[in-house]
Design a protein around this ligand. Structure first.
Ligand SMILES: Cc1cc2nc3c(=O)[nH]c(=O)nc-3n(C[C@H](O)[C@H](O)[C@H](O)COP(=O)(O)O)c2cc1C
Length: 193
């Protein structure tokens, strides 16, 4: 029997539209985590959380967000592409993570969803840049899903096996990073105490 504590992964979805596609993309990655790894995934829908603007907080939601990030071994951030960047809901979440940020030192994997054929490239560039700026370790190869409304059906099923593979692959890469770079270090620290 395996008595190890499950690793905590935080997954945050940054769209505020009802029936949004970003949540469907993230759900695939979360399903992959659950199916192949011993993890507990804390899933937050950033549209349902009323994070204060800088200078107007902190609120209970701020503290909760920071605790979730501190307790996470890795983080999955999923954003829609809005006006050539990532969503304001995602920015507000990041602004609530403290200054200095609790994201510092955390492995972060990025997913993006866009209606356009270019995909969420700009959203991911901007989000990756901000995450790096606050000290997160951003995994190379963020996954952008272009023409996302053609890729998922109404039930959230992915209709394109190649895209599904890339989204699931990102979840696996995040776990590989944690297990090869972070877990061995923790084990070594314990063994020399
Ligand atoms: C305010 C707003 C701005 C948007 N800007 C872009 C854009 O710049 N490029 C693009 O491809 N799609 C754009 N879209 C479409 C979204 O990418 C599309 O809704 C997609 O499904 C991802 O967002 P969702 O998770 O909210 O569904 C925009 C949508 C909204 C609501």
């Amino acid at each position: 029997m395996d008595n190890r504590e499950p690793l905590h992964i935080l997954a945050a979805s940054g769209s505020s539209r009802p029936d949004n596609y970003t949540r469907r993309v993230l759900a695939l990655a979360v399903e992959e985590l659950h199916s192949r790894h011993q993890v507990r995934v804390d899933l937050i829908d950033l549209s349902t959380t009323d994070y204060p603007f800088p200078g107007q907080g902190p609120s209970q939601a701020t503290h909760r967000a920071q605790e979730l990030v501190k307790g996470a071994a890795g983080i999955l951030l999923a954003t829609p592409e809005y006006h050539g960047s990532y969503s304001s809901a995602m920015k507000r979440f990041i602004e609530n993570l403290g200054f200095p940020s609790t994201l510092a030192g955390k492995p972060v994997a990025l997913l993006g969803a866009a209606a356009g054929q270019i995909g969420a490239v700009k959203a991911l560039e901007h989000l990756g840049s901000v995450c790096s700026h606050v000290g997160a370790f951003v995994l190379p190869g963020p996954v952008s899903v272009a023409r996302v409304h053609k890729v998922f059906d109404g039930e959230g099923r992915c209709l394109n096996p190649e895209i599904e593979k890339r989204v699931r692959g990102l979840a696996t890469r995040l776990m590989d990073y944690i297990q090869t770079r972070i877990c061995p270090r923790a084990a070594l620290e314990q063994s020399v105490r």
